[in-house]
Design a protein around this ligand. Structure first.
Ligand SMILES: [Zn+2]
Length: 265
């Protein structure tokens, strides 16, 4: 019990900083917390940043607060900013879409110093994105990498249009129906001058080859393919996974509900 309390103390202090309390309120809250712990009724996961799954559970709890309109905006005050002047120890790297509705710090109700965020449309991966994520792992020691797509993604819609146009033009140039060349279209997509078509359209082609048809499915397949690409292209990521220093999760943010869905592949 003593160990449990000492483990929880740093997090309790952080929470109390965010919510002004007088001494009596703080004592009451502490006693209530201790009583709940003794009764085994409290979930330990929300405050446990020592593991990647603990961090992820805390982020998902933040997302639920955000979706319910109960965001706490933690660690965004001047004191938190000043405490981070000389160092940062983010727990999480995020690769997500640049969409104006999908800011990770907001949808996970996170604070300064928590997330090392890379955003590109889609998202898409290039050497700069890889180097950014690798820096987060090697220099900053993030435990968790969240790869997040979202509902109603403009990059997915654009890639669908470009893929349809490519199929149409290939049909008219070859005089063949798409069924005759669809299997081999990946080579043409990979050689395209359009970055969106190469990086996002390839995911849609893969999804269509698996007979998936909806944008939601395309968004999910794209995230799965991005994670595969990260692991294939980055030795740093492969090594961190092998050493169990890193966990990667795939996610899709639902603009309509505010909730992040966890993808399993
Ligand atoms: Zn998007």
């Amino acid at each position: 019990m003593v160990d449990q309390k000492s483990e929880n103390n740093p997090n309790d202090e952080l929470n109390l900083d965010d919510v002004p309390m007088d001494a009596a309120q703080a004592r009451d809250a502490t006693e209530a917390l201790a009583a709940e712990q003794e009764a085994g009724e409290i979930e330990q996961i929300a405050a446990d940043d020592s593991t990647a799954s603990g961090v992820w559970n805390r982020l998902l709890a933040g997302n639920r607060r955000f979706a319910e309109g109960k965001a706490e905006h933690p660690r965004q005050d001047p004191v938190s900013r000043e405490a981070l002047v000389d160092e940062q120890h983010p727990s999480t790297a995020v690769l997500s879409c640049a969409d104006s509705r999908v800011a990770p710090e907001i949808v996970f109700d996170a604070g300064l110093g928590e997330m090392f965020v890379t955003r590109t449309a889609g998202p898409m991966i290039d050497d700069a994105v890889l180097a950014t994520l690798e820096l987060a792992i090697t220099q900053l020691g993030v435990k968790l990498l969240v790869v997040m797509g979202h509902e109603n993604c403009a990059a997915i819609a654009e890639a669908c249009e470009e893929l349809d146009a490519l199929v149409e033009s290939t049909e008219s140039e070859s005089g063949q129906h798409a069924d005759a060349f669809m299997d081999d279209l990946d080579g043409i997509i990979a050689a395209s001058k359009s970055t969106i078509l190469r990086e996002v359209g390839m995911s849609i082609w893969q999804a269509r080859m698996a007979e998936l048809t909806t944008n939601e499915e395309y968004e999910q397949v794209h995230i799965a393919r991005l994670i595969e690409e990260l692991v294939t292209r980055s030795e740093v990521i492969r090594k961190a996974l092998a050493d169990e220093r890193l966990m990667i999760v795939g996610a899709r943010y639902r603009v309509s509900s505010g909730l992040v869905e966890v993808l399993s592949f």
